[in-house]
Design a protein around this ligand. Structure first.
Ligand SMILES: *[C@@H]1O[C@H](CO)[C@@H](O)[C@H](O)[C@H]1NC(C)=O
Ligand SMILES: *[C@@H]1O[C@H](CO)[C@@H](O)[C@H](O)[C@H]1NC(C)=O
Ligand SMILES: *[C@@H]1O[C@H](CO)[C@@H](O)[C@H](O)[C@H]1NC(C)=O
Ligand SMILES: *[C@@H]1O[C@H](CO)[C@@H](O)[C@H](O)[C@H]1NC(C)=O
Ligand SMILES: *[C@@H]1O[C@H](CO)[C@@H](O)[C@H](O)[C@H]1NC(C)=O
Ligand SMILES: *[C@@H]1O[C@H](CO)[C@@H](O)[C@H](O)[C@H]1NC(C)=O
Length: 248
């Protein structure tokens, strides 16, 4: 009997323990479920954070080199542009200087051109004046030539008239009409009335107008001829006269 009771007690203890365990187990399981639930939420939050950090890092990793590259290329461009700017500033200064020089040179050239134009104008005017003068002189020469020709003709005519016309033997004489031949010259004695008498200068001018001169005795024969022809009551001029007490 005791054995049976012990068996029953043992069985009931086991069943009691089993039920206790079951009850305790189900209570613990509920707590475990809560815990698991809490852990799960925590895990999800952590995972989200990690993913966020990863994405952030990835983004930074992906963009950083690019930005750095861009920055350095921009810096290089900036440096290059600064150099170019310096070059351009220098070139601008040089060109401005050159422009000043050229303007000055242009001014000088312009002044020279003006001077030259004035000179050309002056020379043109002078040239025109000379042309006119040349025309005048040409005209004068023509006039003189014409006059000379006319005079020659009238002189030739006069010579014919004076030396050849009206002679009884119709021959030309060595002296013009009214003049006397006394070799080797012809002489004319002008016996003027007192009112028409001339001074020595007037008499010389008169003779020269008749293609002759006042008589001069080169030798005794001529002196004889002058005295012979020149006899007259009024006296006459010869080619010599007293000037300042000397015969001239
Ligand atoms: C770009 O360069 C400047 C100066 O050169 C520096 O101050 C800045 O931090 C740089 N930025 C990056 C993103 O590298
Ligand atoms: C600036 O000018 C110098 C000499 O004229 C030249 O050697 C250099 O290449 C120029 N730099 C730039 C950026 O143009
Ligand atoms: C300008 O002229 C001066 C003297 O006339 C000369 O020394 C200088 O080199 C010139 N400058 C330029 C840019 O031509
Ligand atoms: C050139 O001439 C102009 C006027 O004729 C004047 O204004 C200018 O200053 C002159 N420039 C030089 C460099 O002589
Ligand atoms: C040209 O001759 C005329 C008349 O002879 C005179 O009036 C004029 O002044 C002369 N001109 C010159 C430039 O000699
Ligand atoms: C030349 O003669 C003509 C007429 O004979 C006259 O009109 C002209 O003025 C004269 N010229 C000169 C330069 O003497």
């Amino acid at each position: 009997m005791a054995e049976g009771e012990e068996e029953v007690n043992y069985a009931s203890w086991w069943s009691h323990a089993f039920w206790t365990f079951l009850i305790q187990y189900s209570a613990g399981r509920r707590r475990f479920q809560h815990l698991a639930c809490c852990l799960g939420i925590l895990c999800v939050i952590l995972l989200g954070g990690i993913i966020g950090v990863c994405v952030y890092l990835t983004l930074i990793h992906e963009s950083d080199p690019n930005r750095f590259k861009e920055n350095s290329s921009l810096r290089a461009t900036n440096t290059k542009l600064s150099l170019e700017n310096a070059n351009l500033t220098r070139d601008n200064k040089y060109l401005t200087h050159q422009l000043g020089n050229l303007t000055q040179a242009y001014n000088v050239s312009e002044r020279n051109v003006k001077d030259l134009s004035a000179g050309v104008q002056e020379l043109t005017t002078k040239n025109q004046e000379l042309e006119t003068e040349k025309k005048n002189l040409t005209q004068k020469i023509q006039n003189l030539t014409t006059n000379w020709n006319e005079l020659s003709i009238s002189r030739a005519q006069w010579s014919i008239d004076s030396y050849c016309l009206g002679n009884a033997d119709k021959k030309c004489k060595p002296c013009q009409r009214g003049w006397l031949l006394s070799q080797p010259s012809c002489y004319a004695y002008i016996n003027a009335q007192p009112a028409n008498q001339k001074t020595w200068e007037e008499a010389q001018g008169d003779c020269r107008g008749k293609n002759s001169d006042l008589a001069v005795a080169h030798d005794s024969e001529e002196k004889e001829a002058i005295n012979e022809n020149g006899l007259g009551s009024n006296g006459f001029w010869i080619g010599l006269r007293v000037e300042d007490g000397k015969w001239k």
